[in-house]
Design a protein around this ligand. Sequence first.
Ligand SMILES: *[C@@H]1O[C@H](CO)[C@@H](O)[C@H](O)[C@H]1NC(C)=O
Ligand SMILES: *[C@@H]1O[C@H](CO)[C@@H](O)[C@H](O)[C@H]1NC(C)=O
Ligand SMILES: *[C@@H]1O[C@H](CO)[C@@H](O)[C@H](O)[C@H]1NC(C)=O
Ligand SMILES: *[C@@H]1O[C@H](CO)[C@@H](O)[C@H](O)[C@H]1NC(C)=O
Ligand SMILES: *[C@@H]1O[C@H](CO)[C@@H](O)[C@H](O)[C@H]1NC(C)=O
Ligand SMILES: *[C@@H]1O[C@H](CO)[C@@H](O)[C@H](O)[C@H]1NC(C)=O
Length: 937
Amino acid sequence: MTRIPLPLLKFPSLLLTASLFVLPFFVNSQISDDRSILLELKKQWDNPPDIDNWNDTSSPCDWPEINCTGKAVTVLLLSNKNIVNPIPSILCNLKNLTHIDLSYNYIPNTFPTVLYNCTSLQYLDLSQNYFVGEIPGDIDRLSTHLKFLNLGANNFSGDVPAAIGRMPELQTLQLYQNEFNGTFSENIANLSNLEVLTLAYNELFVPSPIPEKFGNLRNLKYLWMTSANLIGGIPESFANLENLEHLDLAMNFLTGSIPDSIFQFKNLEFLYLFHNNFSGGIPRLVNSTNLVEIDLAMNNLTGPIPEGFGNLLNLTFLSLFSNQLTGEIPVKIGQIPSLKYFKIWKNQLNGTLPPELGHNSPLLAFEASDNAFTGQLPQNLCSKGALLGVVVFNNFLSGEIPKSLGNCSSLTTVQLHNNSFSGAVPEGLWTATNLTSLLLSGNSFSGELPSRLAWNLTRLQIDGNKFLGEIPTGVSTWSNLIVFQASNNQFSGRIPEELTSLSQINSILLDGNQLSGEIPGNIIEWNFLNTLNLSRNRISGKIPASLGNLPSLNYLDLSQNHFLGQIPAQLGHLRLNALNLSSNQLSGKIPNEFDNLAYEYSFLNNSDLCADTLILDLPSCSRITSGNSEKLSTINLAAIIAAVAIFLVAILLAFLLVRDYRKKKLTRDLSAWKLTSFYKLDFTEESILSSLVDTNLIGSGGSGKVYRVPINHMGSAVAVKRIWNSKNLDQKLEKEFLAEVEILGTIRHANIVKLLCCISSENSKLLVYEYMENQSLDKWLHRRKTKEAGNNEYAYTTKANEMIDVYSFGVVLLELVTGQEPNCGGNDKSLAEWAWKHYADGNMIEDALDEEIKEPSNMEVMTRVFKLGLICTGTLPSTRPTMKEVVQVLRQYSPSQSNGESRKGNEKVAAPLLGILNHKRSRRVSSEDEESFGCGV
Ligand SMILES: *[C@@H]1O[C@H](CO)[C@@H](O)[C@H](O)[C@H]1NC(C)=O
Ligand SMILES: *[C@@H]1O[C@H](CO)[C@@H](O)[C@H](O)[C@H]1NC(C)=O
Ligand SMILES: *[C@@H]1O[C@H](CO)[C@@H](O)[C@H](O)[C@H]1NC(C)=O
Ligand SMILES: *[C@@H]1O[C@H](CO)[C@@H](O)[C@H](O)[C@H]1NC(C)=O
Ligand SMILES: *[C@@H]1O[C@H](CO)[C@@H](O)[C@H](O)[C@H]1NC(C)=O
Ligand SMILES: *[C@@H]1O[C@H](CO)[C@@H](O)[C@H](O)[C@H]1NC(C)=O
């Protein structure tokens, strides 16, 4: 291009004009060289569409991806350009290159040692790519001027080599989120200019202590080592790191006490030490007055909350939950002008709550449940109008709900259960616009129910109070309610038909009130009703046949009322786990479906019921009807009573004997039981086995019984499902059991009940689940909106586990649609690997689907579920969606969502996720991105 055409040499005069003409090219020779290098680079990358504006008629210095210094290309900005090929060696022919950003691409292969030839390089960002293999042991052959190196969010494995400590100019070293399965070199400590060091989310590291030598990094401002398999204590030498602004050692296995020195760092703004095993007290002297966020949750810290925290005038986030802190909350914490999140639940704190809390700062979340607080709720929690949640259950708080909470439209959850509150609920609280859950159980609240409720309210739990009056007919406007739990109050009057119009309702518990009248015969919209408990009232009349048509009902308790007449045959169509119609005045033949042992306690104390068989201890219908008239003769009656009495005594004796024998047998045969546990257990199999007694029974159904078994004196319990005890478990049940164990045993997710262990013997199987009585605050509060200041506080506490859960869930999805078992992908590949390979090789997804259930009508859904399974099982945890996103996609296919507006809404949310495979990986790096709030119920 700059060569002068030969003929011109022959004509000096022409040469002169020619050189005038070509002069610009001479002057710009470097730039045109650089341009041809860049165009060659583009070519070797297969012309990524995102840089198709690079051409040979414009100057590279005018391309948006390039910066020049003087006339040389110095800066290459190629983040997120869909580059899928390796880095060509020609890149370093750009001799003046100082800055390369290739982050967020799909660049494969091992570490690009071709970059060793870029001798002027100061800045290199290769984060968020597909690099694999080890970081080379000679990585220090990179430019000696290198100040910035980011290799985060790749798939590098092995060790972080010692050579990394031989790049003396480095100020930033980012190695977060890789697959390192060796150790990190303590030579990192030789990087005396280092200001930023990130090693977070490398949970495959061999467990290692933090090197004492790290105390040499005196310029360090930002240290991020979340989830890096750290053990041991924080080294003494950390006292030297007095320039730290951000210290994050969360989610490791660190022990010992928190060094006093940390709270002396003048510039420290963010301190995250949560989810470790730190013990001892929190340092008393707090001089780091710039602290903005402190998270010491989930450790074993003891002693009081330092008074000095009250002097931290920039503090927005203080989280100390799940420790063993004692004493009172320093009053001055209520005066901090910036405090937004205050989380101290699950400690042993006592005394009164700081009265000024919320008065001086835009408080968003106040969570103090499971302590021993007394006195009243602070009066002005919502005075800045920002409050999302008040969670103070399981304390000894008293007095009325502050009137001000009635004017707090930001509230989404109020959890005051199990305290000693009294008085009426402020009118405005029932209707607070954004409120989704109002939990007031176990207090002494009084007053009547409002006719209107917050439109968003899904959960209303007010059982065990002194509420009275009728259930208002306005109940029909409670249209989003899912749980209505109002047992053990003083409600009276009839059940209005309007209650049956709640189309979302799942549970209605109104037992232990004074309701009377009949159940409305016409049921408008109880399509999702699963649990209906009206026992211990004064309800009369017939049981409406329409109850038998409810598609979701599986728990029905109408015991201890005044129901009359026959049990409608339609009830037999329900698939019930528990049925209790005892202690009424029912008569006639029970529906055939109930004529089996699973219902042996369902019909007690109803004088005129009968059955075809004698299994249930009910009189035989044939005998009653053969007695010509309705009334039996007195003699016959006496004889029958005597016979029944003798029979009952005999049964009782037999029962006692058998029970005693069984109990003994259980314990004697302990060795015959095999325990498989999925979690660390704090109970023994013996304690479970000996507690499978009727007083602990909470439900029974076709395939077994469910018991609630207390496991300690603190009131913790587990739920034990006993799969029906027959001589030999039949094949189908055995299969069901194994499936449940397999799936629940591997899934770890907050919204899926935890299977703790299973205990099995030759002819009986027990599944032991977590029993959840009180919802922790996290379920309700921590899961929406708060992407404040680039930091979602909840996300980082659950993130790592969630990504593993999502993986497991993805495997389940793949199993469902392919019909294959998790480890049967052939050639000892896992199902997930097999599915990925199938997809990557360009095979039709349809070919991978289960032949047995594959039909043209559901092909599209199956294909999408297959893709969803793929996304969930991506090798890089960072590419996996959140459980919430997964649920959103799945909900789109559930029958209840298949019509109406909601579907449109959901498609919008779901589409980008399903598009990931075609377009862009979903990416998450730090705690910023995850949204996990908003689980409805
Ligand atoms: C070359 O790129 C520039 C902008 O980068 C554009 O204005 C010009 O039209 C392009 N030339 C050709 C031949 O594509
Ligand atoms: C590249 O140039 C743009 C525009 O002048 C500038 O904003 C940016 O900071 C430069 N980037 C680097 C890394 O020099
Ligand atoms: C580019 O680097 C070379 C040395 O590699 C140097 O001679 C030249 O001046 C630099 N060009 C610019 C424009 O800085
Ligand atoms: C670096 O450049 C030299 C010549 O300048 C070349 O011989 C060598 O192969 C290059 N190395 C790499 C790794 O590309
Ligand atoms: C580390 O991971 C790599 C890549 O997955 C593997 O090849 C290697 O065997 C692993 N090394 C150890 C010690 O586990
Ligand atoms: C640290 O704070 C305490 C009060 O909390 C004060 O007495 C002490 O002088 C402070 N020390 C330094 C070094 O500022």
